[in-house]
Design a protein around this ligand. Sequence first.
Ligand code: NAP
Length: 248
Amino acid sequence: MSNLSGKTALVTGASRGIGRASALALARQGAQVLVHYGRAAGEAESVVAEIRKAGGRAEALSADLAKPDAPHKLAKDVRAIVGERLDILVANAGISKAAKIEDTTIEDFDNLFAVNVRAPFFLVQQLLPILGQGGSVIFVSSVVAHAVVGPLYAYAATKGAVDTLVKYFAASLGERGIRVNAVAPGVVDTDMSSFTKTEAGRNTAMSLQALKRIAGPDDIADVIAFLASDEARWITGDIVRVDGGSKL
Ligand code: NAP
């Protein structure tokens, strides 16, 4: 894996789950990591402490990405710490909600799109002035954007929107030397995944996959760290499936 020393990275939703593992993976490669969180201040501080204990550089910063102006505030806070250069943005923070078509509320639909689509869109917009040559933006999509998995209609639509943004942003930002990609995990054992909480759920998850185990956050974070690195320098506009061969 390439050395990321001297690089700066922002990981949204880095207090828990895939974001936490990604922040730690980027820090292990030497990047200075900004650990964004929403509500879990204690968890974010423990990620920062773990990175610093290992000799790395990290800061925690919060923003409630359900709020319309949160990306603008977060981008300002990021600039106050890193100055005029951000190398890596991992737009990972997200929420999910399972609901049948009949039971999906307007409020849930709007919240899902606010956090999963609007926030990363405007975060990229607001950080553009400090993203430059060699920059890497990584979104977190999902297997549900390209395969039907349970009653995840509105959530899946947010990930479909993310996949579309990857293509448009990559096409537009390539001439500035900025790569834009996404990882698309399958079921991952985090707070978010209801599949991993019961034996029946785990069996269902494994029945969807070619590889027969439940993924952990590190399985995804290692690919995010790869996409951030110079070894992925010729990959842009791609959605990389990291799902143990789900729904083949
Ligand atoms: P998680 O463990 O529930 O963590 C979600 C993270 O997002 C937390 O750090 C949380 O911050 C942050 N977040 C949520 N709402 C926020 C808000 N309004 N403002 C600011 N931060 C907010 O979830 P995860 O499983 O790691 O998911 C990470 C990403 O992977 C998501 O985009 C998700 O859609 C995607 N994904 C997950 C799976 C899976 O099976 N787990 C599969 C495919 C894709 P606080 O706790 O600090 O509020």
